[in-house]
Structures are given as structure tokens and as C-alpha cells.
Write a protein that binds this ligand. Structure first.
Ligand code: ATP
Ligand code: MG
Length: 403
């Protein structure tokens, strides 16, 4: 991934953030045991974590790095960091820098111990401690905050983002229209990680990027919508609002299903909640397979209700925490590469125009039948392929769409 490949190796390579870098260095130079920790905060993808990594590298320090949401409990934090922060290394040659990343991932209730452990580490560490957060003003972080020097990381300005994107293009041998780079930077609003991800998506299989190619990125906008919808399903108390929250998402219900499936474990913690949520999802899945196998679209309403309202109502109480929702690992159609999806859509479109109907109708009514015939009869398969100007592989891909 380009975000990893082009991670800044030095502080100088960190785009923008001049003031934050200066303050961080000053804090670091002045630090002695008992001093405040540094809390780097700001919106996602603007260089907080990688700046700390660059600092450690530049100063020749071992970076002891842990993600706060991975080490919830007191014992585990103690286990990861406890010895490290108190014992100077035996050889004593290299110093250490402690990074506790994403502390807003801690939860107010269940991570009480986590907060306590972090406070203890800040107080007792014989090495400088850096923390990061998107939102440092959360009440649960009050105690930690009072032990920290706050350093703000601002959104990366469009100009600096464009410069970085252009550098990457040059090193990758990609020719990019400056207007396109500017548009990428603008749509990511200060999130350089997002901009680099977009750039990589666009450059896949191409050596040139124009403004027109940006249409492809609509996909990521849809992802922003789905995150919002997931919050609606998981956080709301009302069955109706859980149901309504997915309505405006521009995605197949099938795709939404996998997003919900992937994230139940990220949101729910109580065993009863998990059990009931999976129960509802399993029922939704029954209807889902009936929709697909029998092309019975009326069943889809039940599937939707169960996977939204059903999963939503499974919890005793909404969890008051920030959840990082993840992209589903198991998507059939949707996990196909952009090129495959384009190919698939163009095949569907060709069939639709030959059969004088919508692509939806092709998908739901004609294609299962045609594919069935093609499977039974080699000659029919060849005729179908040639009528569609498609290859055997294309037909296989169409078939895989039906699982
Ligand atoms: N200011 C920057 N200069 C150069 N590269 C950057 C910068 N900000 C982000 N990146 C790129 O994005 C990637 C992710 O950045 P980083 O992990 O530092 O973000 P972050 O601010 O910690 O985000 P989050 O709040 O989500 O943890 C980096 O590996 C790098 O490729
Ligand atoms: Mg980070």
C-alpha cells in the first residue's frame, strides 16, 4: 500500500504540520521523568502516528507502540508497557519512546482500568510518552488530558497534499493531471491518508490520471454513507430508526448485509447482545439466500428488517463509545476489482439492451436462467458468449455473482 510505502522517514518528510513538529521537538528535548506526556490530536490521516514514528527514527530511539483500543484492560496495558516504561534497557545504549495510539478508542465504562493504567504509565515512565487521539475533549479523557501537553495536528492544506501526491506519482512513474491531484486533495479535506488511498485506487492499472478518472472514487463516498448507516443501526434504540438509517445508502442490500455482519463484533461486547444479534442476522441470512436462489424479491423486506431492526434491538443498552467500523472481508461481487466490476456491468448492460429490459431485470430474471442453460449445454454457452462478445471467463464471473 502506498500509504505504507510512502510513510515519511523523517520529520522533514511529514507534510505541513510545521508548528506541531516544532512543538513536539521542543517538548521532547525538554522532557525528563515526571514531565507531562505529549497528546497529539486532530482529524484522521494527517500525520499524527507517522510523525511519532519519524521522531523515534530520527533520534535513534526504540519505539514501544501500542494501540489503546487493543489493550483495553489495566492488566494488558501493564503487560505491554509496564516493564518497558520503568526499566532502562540493560545495555543502556538506545533510549525508548512510548506511543499509546488512539486513546479515544478507550471506553468510558469498561475501560476505566485502561484510563487508570495510562495515567500510571505517564506518571511513572522513565521515557517520554506520546499519545494520540482524534477527539481529545471527550470527558473520559479528562484525567489523561490534565497530564499532557496538547499538540494540535491540523488538516493538511490542499497545496501540501497535492505536493505529496505529485511526488508519489513521480516515483511511481504515473502521469497525473495537476487538476486531478487537486480534486483528490480537496475531496479528502485534509486527510492525506485518504488522498493517497484515492490516488492508489486511481492509478491501479494505469500510467495516467485525468480529472475524468475521478468518477471511480464515488465508491469511497458510498463508504462514508455506510459508516453513517452503521452508526444508525448499532447506536439507535428505536427499531424504526435503525431500519430507516440504511434506506439512503446507495448499495445493494446484500452488500449492506456484509457490512453489518463484519461490524457486530466491533460494536457489541455483552455476550447476550452478541448472541441475539447473530440470531437476527442468521434469520436475515435465510431470507437473503431465498432472495438469491428463488429470486423472490418480496423476501428482501424481511431480510432488511432482521438485519437492521433485528440487530439493533439485540442490545440491552447502546454502547457509548466510538467504534471504528471496518470494511467487510467477505464480499463476493463487491470485492471484485474495479476492472472486473466495470466488465460485469458492461456485460449486464449489453444483455439488457439485447433483451429490451433493465439491467435489474437481466440480473434477477434472465441471467440465472441463461446461466443455467449455459451450464447444461456447452453449445448454448458458446452461443451466449459470442452473442455477448464475452469470453468463457466472463461467463464464469457472471455465474460467481450468483454465488
Ligand atoms: N502530514 C503527512 N505527511 C506525509 N504523509 C502523511 C501525512 N499525514 C498522513 N500521511 C500519510 O498517511 C498515512 C497515515 O498517516 P498517520 O497514520 O500518521 O495518520 P494519523 O494522523 O495517525 O491518523 P489517525 O487519526 O486515523 O490515526 C501515513 O503513513 C502517510 O503515508
Ligand atoms: Mg494514527
Amino acid at each position: 500500500m502506498w500509504t505504507v510505502k510512502y510513510k515519511p522517514r523523517s520529520l522533514k518528510e511529514v507534510a505541513d504540520q510545521t508548528e506541531a513538529k516544532t512543538r513536539l521537538l521542543k517538548w521532547f528535548e525538554a522532557w525528563k521523568p515526571g514531565s507531562k506526556a505529549a497528546l497529539l490530536y486532530g482529524p484522521p490521516g494527517n500525520g499524527k502516528t507517522c510523525t511519532v514514528e519519524a521522531l523515534a527514527r530520527e533520534k535513534g530511539l526504540d519505539l514501544l507502540e501500542t494501540n489503546a483500543s487493543d489493550v483495553r484492560s489495566e492488566e494488558r496495558i501493564e503487560h505491554f508497557l509496564g516493564r518497558g516504561v520503568r526499566e532502562t534497557s540493560l545495555l543502556g545504549t538506545r533510549g525508548k519512546l512510548i506511543l499509546i495510539d488512539e486513546i479515544d478508542g478507550l471506553q468510558a465504562q469498561s475501560d476505566r482500568g485502561g484510563v487508570r493504567a495510562i495515567v500510571k504509565i505517564i506518571r511513572e515512565s522513565v521515557f517520554p510518552v506520546v499519545l494520540t487521539a482524534n477527539d481529545p475533549w471527550d470527558r473520559k479523557l479528562y484525567e489523561i488530558r490534565s497530564l499532557c501537553e496538547l499538540i494540535e495536528f491540523k488538516k493538511v492544506p490542499v497545496r501540501d497534499a497535492v505536493k505529496r501526491l505529485a511526488e508519489i506519482c513521480q516515483r511511481e512513474g504515473v502521469k497525473a493531471d495537476p487538476q486531478a491531484l487537486k480534486a483528490i486533495a480537496e475531496r479528502n479535506q485534509g486527510d492525506l491518508r485518504g488522498a493517497i488511498l484515492d490516488l492508489e485506487t486511481l492509478a491501479r492499472g494505469r500510467k495516467q490520471i485525468t480529472l475524468r478518472d475521478l468518477e471511480i472514487l464515488g465508491k469511497r463516498e458510498r463508504e462514508a454513507d455506510i459508516f453513517e448507516a452503521l452508526r444508525g443501526v448499532f447506536k439507535s434504540r428505536s427499531a424504526l430508526s435503525a431500519k430507516l438509517s440504511v434506506i439512503n445508502v446507495d448499495m445493494d442490500p446484500d452488500e449492506v448485509f456484509w457490512w453489518i455482519e463484519q461490524n457486530i463484533v466491533n460494536e457489541y461486547e455483552r455476550l447476550e447482545d452478541l448472541a441475539e444479534a447473530y440470531e437476527a442476522l442468521a434469520k436475515a441470512d435465510l431470507f437473503r439466500s431465498r432472495v438469491i436462489r428463488r429470486q423472490n424479491w418480496r423476501m428482501q423486506a424481511y431480510m432488511m428488517d432482521l438485519m437492521t431492526a433485528g440487530v439493533s434491538q439485540a442490545k440491552r443498552e447502546p454502547y457509548r463509545k466510538f467504534t471504528r467500523y471496518q470494511r467487510p472481508e467477505r464480499l463476493s461481487f463487491f470485492s471484485k476489482t474495479m476492472a472486473e466490476r466495470e466488465r460485469l456491468n458492461s456485460l449486464l448492460g449489453r444483455l439488457a439492451s439485447r433483451l429490451h429490459c433493465s439491467t435489474r431485470k437481466v440480473k434477477t430474471e434472465f441471467l440465472p436462467y441463461l446461466l443455467y442453460l449455459a451450464q447444461q449445454d456447452e453449445r448454448f454457452a458458446r452461443r451466449l458468449a459470442s452473442a455477448l462478445e464475452a469470453s468463457k471467463e466472463d461467463l464464469k464471473m457472471l455465474a460467481s455473482f450468483y454465488g
